[in-house]
Design a protein around this ligand. Structure first.
Ligand code: NAP
Length: 241
């Protein structure tokens, strides 16, 4: 089976390419001459592909992100149809349709909707926040030695477990639907922050702080039926620090 991984140089994409080594796998991204915004290199990259996996990301998380996902999905689906690709996989976020106040989440819902309405059989893999993303979340609301975080419930997971989920779905038949994956433990974001900073900074609860201040309730935790991954946050910290 030939599998084309768009965004195959990214955090998730590079791991997915490795996991799919038993297949004929190609990594397509601007750094190797394929641009989903312009279409450059795409027809050649998708030639003979059975599956296309889209692991690209918008350069910003702001009001510009919907335009990125609209343009890149339109380009991808037109090229995939032209190449006769039989399965398109997109990586999305658990609960993404429940946070309308965030431009980036609206952009990811748009990406899902374009995929569902498109001409190629599809799968949507929704996952929770990556452990690798926690430092970025902390950096947004750090002031001196204090970090402000809302008490939003989250159920994060390791990017390696995300990549395994994507690789498994990409090697199977199209779901024509969505599968949710989540980490093994639920934390409030301030609890997670306290574990991550390990006493080096003070973490205070601020319901409005940062991007996750816009989240209402526990919509970012895995819904019923989610597939739970094994790696805990503390295990991941021990492996990476
Ligand atoms: N962060 C989280 O916790 C989280 C949670 C759930 C889902 N997700 C989703 O996971 C996906 C992958 O995230 P990631 O962290 O692996 O992303 P990443 O490391 O930022 O990688 C982004 C990839 O997109 C490629 N790319 C950027 N612009 C492109 C374009 N115009 N045409 C083709 N490729 C382009 C990049 O290529 P170059 O290397 O060549 O620039 C890179 O390979 C995202 O869609 C995100 O929404 C993230």
């Amino acid at each position: 089976m030939k599998i084309a991984v768009l965004g195959g140089t990214g955090l998730i994409g590079s791991q997915v390419v490795k996991l799919l080594h038993a297949h004929e796998t190609v990594s397509l991204s601007p750094s190797n001459g394929v641009d989903l915004l312009t279409g450059e290199g795409l027809d050649a990259g998708l030639k003979g592909a059975d599956v296309v996996v889209n692991l690209t990301n918008s350069p910003t998380f702001d009001e510009a992100s919907p335009a990125f996902f609209q343009a890149t999905m339109d380009t991808m689906l037109a090229a995939a149809k032209h190449a006769g690709v039989g399965h398109a996989v997109v990586l999305s976020i658990v609960g993404v349709d429940q946070v309308p106040d965030l431009a980036y989440y609206r952009a990811k819902v748009l990406q899902e909707d374009i995929l569902k309405a498109g001409p190629v059989p599809y799968s949507i893999v929704r996952v929770t926040q990556f452990y690798e993303f926690v430092n970025a979340i902390l950096s947004w609301t750090t002031d001196g030695d204090t970090v402000r975080l809302p008490a939003t419930p989250v159920q994060p997971m390791a990017s390696a477990d995300v990549a395994a989920a994507v690789a498994s779905v990409a090697s199977g038949a199209p779901l024509q639907g969505t599968r949710n994956y989540a980490g093994p433990e639920v934390f409030t974001l301030d609890e997670l922050g306290r574990i991550a900073v390990a006493g080096s900074r003070k973490v205070v609860v601020d319901p409005t702080a940062g991007m996750f201040g816009a989240v209402k309730g526990d919509v970012l935790t895995g819904p019923a039926g989610s597939v739970l991954s094994a790696t805990t946050f503390r295990e991941w910290l021990a492996l990476t620090s």
